[in-house]
Design a binder for this molecule. Structure first.
Ligand SMILES: *Cc1c(COP(=O)(O)O)cnc(C)c1O
Length: 495
């Protein structure tokens, strides 16, 4: 199976080429030429497997040129060995009548990024070998919190790689900052940038196109690479947990094979919900895919009107990992919904770059409405949902998951659709302690690491070990640079 650029279908590569080099040279995203479909008996076969075996079976369908033996090793290293604090890796829990949470935060950094970033380093280093690339890959990442820590933890001590993460000095939560600055491993580096997330992100993009630095790195046997979700190696592992969740619900007798299940996903860059879409296209009986946004509701408007318009104010919310106005992975959905019409997709993306806006064709809009629904809520609504779900069900959710739960309530009220729903639960509530404590009505919520213990005490739920242990960790990184001096940090830490 070949992978094509979303902007030029003649630009083809193998899956190892797609994973090794991330972005296509024309700026498009590499996407499978055709989405493989599950055999009629596959869900029954998968039902009796554990998570690692399911990952092997499903990823193998996309990874030509990777041997089964290789993949067995990757799956057990990524998802076995106690890396996840639940043997199911991505367990499904009933929350209320017809609502099931897919808990994606049992990994080492307590957010759903772990499911992909524990696997990506294995896929990437193998892809580099297959492509005959023998330089050391230096992974650069700008992060608003969860991606950076997930990437650090995934790439730590992986031979043939170095990783350096930049975060905005005042743009991440105290817990997220501690998570990054205490990162262990011999090939890792962390640096904060004076400015906001956009400054850090722009700086990283500039570094990628700095010819002088590139030459210096090449002279030392290194090249720059990226770990963000434009890489197919991050989308693929996410398909696994959606198929896995359906199998778990079959196994528990909640669903019969073929029963419909809607999926509701708190969305930012559109990577997570895109994986649900691919699972549906593979043959999992998913109904509506409900795209939930916070006040940065550019996707809600797009799905409802067919107009994508990023010319709007940017809000900082209590669900920061969804504070985003350009959802990169939407480009892959446009590719699928236009049946790979690269000229059409390129036209939309050019318009987005030039005018910050595009409007899709009527045909595409109808396709979009067939598979997707959308909604959004603000911080106050999300907090009320955290309180309601806790008070009524004693189930504790983080602010991102709360956005999804709230949008689901709205969707049900508007449509009367009684199909059962799988809600992607994307982070541990202990990562966002202050906002959750406030939502629960605690009178003096602690702000920093103390919020972890306070939330545990208030709810009687123990915090995940990686967060609980943060307080005792040594700070290894405390470097801050001006946004125009990020290359200095690279030279210091890499050369
Ligand atoms: C990254 C993230 C999201 C958004 O996921 P996308 O794939 O970017 O849509 C939602 N919730 C949490 C907790 C995240 O870390």
């Amino acid at each position: 199976m070949y992978y094509v650029s979303t902007r030029d279908r003649l630009r083809k590569t193998t899956v190892s080429g797609a994973i090794a080099y991330g972005l296509a040279p024309d700026g498009g995203l590499y996407t499978p030429e055709a989405i493989p479909t599950l055999a009629g008996s596959a869900l029954n076969t998968l039902k009796d497997m554990n998570y690692q075996q399911r990952a092997l079976y499903l990823m193998n369908m996309y990874l030509d040129g990777y041997s089964a033996a290789e993949l067995v090793g990757f799956c057990s290293r990524a998802y076995g060995g106690g890396k996840f604090d639940d043997p199911a890796v991505a367990p499904v829990r009933p929350v209320e009548e017809g609502t099931y949470a897919l808990e994606l935060w049992h990994g080492p950094t307590c957010a759903f990024k772990d499911l992909a970033l524990q696997m990506l380093p294995h896929l990437l280093t193998a892809a580099l070998r297959k492509e005959g690339e023998n330089k050391t890959a230096c992974i650069l990442a700008a992060t608003s919190g969860d991606t950076g820590k997930g990437a650090l933890e995934g790439f730590r001590d992986v031979p043939g790689t170095r990783i350096l993460v930049f975060y905005p000095k005042d743009g991440v939560s105290a817990v997220q900052e501690m998570q990054m600055n205490t990162q262990e491993g011999c090939n890792v580096g962390v640096c904060s940038v004076v400015g906001n997330f956009d400054d850090a992100q722009t700086g990283v993009k500039r570094i990628f196109s700095d010819p002088e630095l590139k030459a210096e790195l090449a002279g030392r046997g290194m090249f720059l690479s990226s770990a963000n979700s434009i890489n197919w190696g991050r989308v693929l592992p996410q398909i696994v947990y959606y198929v896995s969740a359906y199998c778990d619900l079959m196994k528990e007798g909640v669903l019969e094979k073929g029963d419909k299940l809607n999926v509701c996903v708190p969305t930012g860059n559109f990577g997570n919900i895109l994986a649900a879409y691919y699972a549906k296209r593979m043959g999992v009986p998913f109904g509506k895919l409900i795209c939930a946004s916070n006040r940065n509701n550019v996707l809600t408007d797009f799905i409802r009107t067919g107009v994508y318009d990023r010319n709007r104010p940017f809000y900082n919310t209590i669900s920061p990992s969804m504070d985003i106005l350009i959802s990169s992975n939407l480009e892959r959905l446009l590719h699928a919904l236009t049946n790979g019409d690269a000229a059409q997709v390129k036209g939309y993306m050019d318009s987005l770059a030039e005018h910050g806006r595009y409007e899709v064709s009527g045909g595409l809009r109808r396709n979009l409405e067939r598979d997707f629904a959308a909604g959004f809520c603000d911080d106050e609504e999300a907090k009320k949902t955290i309180a309601r779900v806790w008070n009524e069900r004693k189930y504790l959710i983080d602010p991102h998951t709360a956005v999804a739960m709230n949008v689901l309530e709205q969707y049900r009220a508007e449509t009367g659709d009684a199909t059962p729903v799988l809600v992607a639960s994307t982070a541990s509530p202990f990562k966002f302690g202050p906002a959750v404590l406030e939502a629960l009505g605690v009178s003096q919520p602690q702000q920093g690491l103390e919020s972890i213990g306070q939330l545990a005490e208030f709810t009687g739920i123990s915090a995940p070990a990686p967060l609980e242990n943060l307080a005792g960790k040594r700070i290894r990184f405390d470097r801050t640079v001006e946004k125009d001096h990020m290359t200095d940090a690279i030279r210091e830490m890499l050369l």
